[in-house]
Ligand binder design. Sequence first.
Ligand code: PHB
Length: 220
Amino acid sequence: MGAFFLPAAPRENGGAVKTPYEAQSSGNGRLIKCRSELQYRLWPPETMGNRMTGDPHISLLASITWLSDLDPPPEPAVADWLLERGSMTRRFERHCQRVSIRRGREGYFPAQALGEDEVALLPPCERYWLREIILCGDDRPWLAGRTLMPENAMDGAEWALTTLGDMPLGRWLFRDRAPERDFIQLGRTAGLWARRSCLRPNGKPLLLTELFLPDAPLYC
Ligand code: PHB
């Protein structure tokens, strides 16, 4: 079970983060003084303004192995999550009181700064909009997400992608109806499941990679 190529989707419808930690620079990472515990420990993720940098869950996105047809398929309950064609945020909302977003890197990045394989799934462009997030259910990290869209496709309503802020992407993507989805490819890393899809909001290509973190309800 590698990539699922799907027919057209059905027409269904800044301020600084308040942190309890004091940061100091130190060699490999940042030495963080936890005021509450009065002890020092190394604590990723770091933050820059209200952004996470170096989040270990987001870093895992780069190590996903995409499956081929020869790999064993996920068990049905997991496949049901991975092949979800509606809004994943809405699905998560059925399993918690509150979904929230922690933002990582966001901005235009040159093609050379991105993964060759992911750029190859999108039309060529000099720069791509990148958004990396952690989606939390009741403050527990459930999903690492990475969105890419070629800059030259963002000449209409897609510009809204740059202003999402802490709003989950799905609220924009699925605002009227599910966008077309070209494929769902399944992947694995560190014993976790991942998927990626090329979606087409307003016909514009958007590559969305999602890694389901250990606390996510699909492992329950
Ligand atoms: C995002 O806000 O970027 C986002 C939200 C939920 C996902 C993927 C990405 O499943």
